[in-house]
Design a protein around this ligand. Sequence first.
Ligand code: CMP
Length: 136
Amino acid sequence: MSERTLVLVKPDGVSRGLVGEVISRIERKGLKLAALELRVVDRATAEQHYAEHDGKPFYNDLVEFITGGPLVALVVEGPRAISAFRQLAGGTDPVEKATPGTIRGDFGLEVQFNLVHGSDSPESAEREIKLWFPAL
Ligand code: CMP
């Protein structure tokens, strides 16, 4: 059964020229792109996206960072797309958790600047896709 997930190439990934690399890995895995947009996200959307982290010590820096430059938002589709993309991304901490061969493991060094986001559950995917692409 096909499912959809919300993927972000965050501002660090865009500024480092890794958009093509990320999309290429998604496509080579066999996943399909259902939506794709380069945009600068407003604070309200960023705060809703990261609502579960509100109150954590890194929350304000995270919202500043994600609104600080263009990012690429995608809806990615395919069998087990949520887990499949999380496997491509690697663990949240690019050094301690993500292994070489993953996007974060190959290109990341710091947890805040971990290049990509992928929805972590079907419920998050539904909420995030509605937030980023209400017309879908
Ligand atoms: P993401 O998968 O987008 O989900 C929440 C984000 O918060 C995460 O990737 C990181 O960019 C960021 N994050 C998580 N933990 C920390 C931390 N300890 N310090 C700074 N940023 C963090």
